[in-house]
Design a protein around this ligand. Sequence first.
Ligand code: WAQ
Ligand code: MG
Length: 268
Amino acid sequence: MHASHHKQHLSGAERIVAAEKIESVATELVQRAQSKGCPPDRISITIDALGDRMPRALQALDVITLTAPDSDSGRSIALTALQHAGVSFHAARKAITDISRGASPSGQVMRGAMIVDAESGSRLEPDQERGVRASRFDWSDEAKDDIKRKLSAIGLMHFRTREALALATKITHAPGIVAELCWSDDPEYTAGYVASPGMGYVRLSHLKKSGDSNGGRAFFVNAESFTLAEFIEYVHQEPVLIVETGNCRQETTAEIFFAGHPTHLNTR
Ligand code: WAQ
Ligand code: MG
């Protein structure tokens, strides 16, 4: 589902469901599109048959929250986390700046994600206005119940966390991926995350100030180990069903967390 107002992205959501659930899920998605503060003037729902393409079964990333009481501390920890994941200081800082300004060339929120060279910081997505949209991912019914329970136990009840964790899990399995950075474009939702195959889903409760309607996503890639076409095909087309959950740990400090991840910091 994708909802917009005057061609500006408002909200979107992705599902993988059994054929007999199509009607009820489509209704859910329309309700979702209309629940935004700003009423959309366009809601599109695209329904694709997966045919005999069996979804890839994945386990969700481990989840941890690092203490970040304001957006400055959150962004500074995100910068460190990205460097731990192998993103250069320059590329990480540039992506944070791009998202905070509205990453499309016209300075608006993108509907999809930037693809960023983890070393040089160059933008690689073919359409910088729109970005690339991850699609075709969802939780299995059992894993969804299980993750709701595990996230609730650490105080995380919002559907956004669950959906972002699903997206991040798909993306960390993409060919050539190094890390992902995200924060919401919802002005009231200040939380975001850095995710990588080695670190899991590292959540920060503040990556922007309340009231700020800029948000976005960056997929950092190692340009030597991947072809753009293969990466985009995976992001758009590969169906992923998350059938197993990971660990969901209590909030801790960045110092404690990074001490347990003695990776080389990419300081370039
Ligand atoms: N694929 C690629 N990029 C996307 C997609 C997608 N399917 N959906 C959204 N984006 C981009 C787009 O630029 C949005 O502006 C931006 O990401 C943020 O999207 O643990 O709600 O749907 O509680 O606003 C982070 C969760 C919430 C933190 C993320 O993102 C937590 C969120 P939103
Ligand atoms: Mg949004």
